[in-house]
Design a protein around this ligand. Structure first.
Ligand SMILES: [Zn+2]
Length: 47
C-alpha cells in the first residue's frame, strides 16, 4: 500500500508531437511552443 499513490505523483513527460523533444503534458514545449492541437504559444523568435 505504501507505493499505491506513486502513479499519481510520477513526474510525467511526453514527447512533443511537433518537434519530438520531451515536454510536460499541458505545458508549452520549450523548443517550439507547442501545447496541444489548436494551441501553440508564440515564441520570441516568431517570424
Ligand atoms: Zn516541440
Amino acid at each position: 500500500m505504501r507505493r499505491s499513490h506513486d502513479a499519481l505523483r510520477a513526474d510525467h513527460a511526453v514527447q512533443c508531437p511537433n518537434c519530438g523533444s520531451t515536454k510536460r503534458p499541458h505545458a508549452a514545449c520549450r523548443e517550439c511552443g507547442y501545447v496541444r492541437p489548436g494551441l501553440k504559444l508564440a515564441l520570441s523568435k516568431e517570424e
